[in-house]
Ligand binder design. Structure first.
Ligand code: GTP
Ligand code: MG
Length: 359
């Protein structure tokens, strides 16, 4: 509908819906109601049959899935250090030696509750922003990193704005707490001044005082993510549904061809599946996890490298499973044609504008 997500939230709230988040699933009747509010008429196709999964009853298929977490914050506040720490400790935990490839997303198992969390790496940050522009939100939780020795800075405020607009809950990680003389009280009051209702002042937003360098309270940070996920109850259908997800990044790798790092949102992807993303498609030739280990199947919230793409899909592209190669071809051709049409009409518009300006 090309309506900002926030407006949809407001409408939903106005209609009495509670605890609305970006991944809220609307029943068809409610979806029609909302569309109606924005002046759209919805036609529900009762005869619609999904050729891949003819008998889908989504509610029953929903299972708990790992939360997807993005780390944001001001320059030099320690985002990469934190991710590196999490990544390394996860390798140790899994006793999986060897070299970790730098891929845009990775999963860790938490030290205490042994639950899985998927982190998006900094390229994921770019994908996050791009997708937000399109009104799609890939992340469930934002960890807002604030360096204790620097406090709230312009990009911290920017990150708060993005998270709030998307309706994504925040956990604050006050980093560099190993440093001497840091004033945590100042960070807390600066955050509060940005309308973050931190638990230290009786609010709901968890704050964890950490050091990405020494590892101080990093386990607590992971547990904070698990606590928040348990409250939010993140779910998806691992089976019985057409798989979809997001392209985090893509590259040409010698010997493998076009490879995309993908985050599966719903359903499961396996070798031989057909996938469409942006202007290209793929017959999945193989998949690897973030450690370079081959995997057979990738379910919800799983980051995975997939190869077999005709061309490189773009970071931020949505990915969807198709039933066969013909469908993939048709969809991508349609998309390319549509884009050309849009471009052509833009060109005409700008020519007309120029003429008018001249007149
Ligand atoms: P950008 O990617 O440039 O935005 O920075 P970043 O947020 O990824 O910060 P990065 O992890 O690169 O850390 C910046 C500097 O702070 C580096 O010199 C780190 O070694 C240092 N640093 C990060 N975390 C800590 C910490 O917990 N304690 C201390 N003492 N130094 C830290
Ligand atoms: Mg960095």
């Amino acid at each position: 509908m090309h309506v900002p997500l926030n407006d949809v939230f407001k409408k939903l709230e106005g209609l009495g819906f509670e605890d609305i988040r970006h991944n809220y699933i609307l029943e068809k009747d409610n979806a029609s109601l909302i569309a109606d509010e924005f002046g759209f008429e919805v036609t529900i196709n009762e005869d619609y049959k999904d050729d891949l999964f003819p008998d889908v009853e989504n509610e029953k298929l929903l299972k708990e899935r790992p939360p997807v977490v993005t780390i944001m914050g001001h320059v030099d506040h320690g985002k990469t250090t934190i991710l590196d720490y999490l990544r390394k400790s996860s390798i140790v935990d899994q006793e999986f030696g060897g070299i970790t490839q730098h891929i845009g997303a990775f999963s860790v198992i938490t030290p205490i509750s042994k639950k899985k969390i998927t982190f998006l790496d900094t390229p994921g940050h770019a994908a996050f922003l791009k997708m937000r522009e399109r009104g799609a939100i890939i992340t469930d939780i934002v960890i807002l990193v604030v360096a204790a020795d620097d406090s709230v800075m312009p990009q911290t405020i920017e990150a708060i704005k993005h998270a709030k607009k998307s309706g994504v809950p925040i956990i604050v990680a006050i980093n560099k707490c190993d440093k001497h003389g840091v004033k945590i009280e100042k960070v807390l009051s600066d955050l509060s001044a940005q309308d973050i209702d931190i638990e230290d002042y009786g609010g709901e937003t968890q704050t964890v005082k950490i050091s990405g360098k020494t590892g101080l309270n990093m386990d607590k940070l992971e547990e904070a993510v698990i606590t928040l996920s348990e409250m939010s109850d993140f779910k998806a259908e691992p089976t019985g549904i057409r798989a979809d997800g997001w392209v985090i990044e893509s590259e040409m790798i010698k010997g493998m061809g076009n490879v995309a790092t993908v985050l599966v949102r719903r359903g499961s992807v396996k070798a031989g599946d057909f996938l469409v993303a942006g202007h290209t498609y793929c017959k999945v030739r193989g998949m690897k996890d973030e450690h370079g280990k081959p995997i057979k199947i990738a379910g919800p919230s799983t980051p995975v490298q997939i190869w077999g793409w005709k061309d490189l899909p773009e970071s931020g592209d949505q990915l969807i499973q198709a039933s066969n190669e013909q469908t993939c071809k048709r969809v991508t051709e349609n998309r390319i044609t549509r884009q050309k049409e849009i471009q052509a009409s833009r060109d005409i518009e700008s020519i007309n504008q120029k003429r008018q300006d001249e007149i």
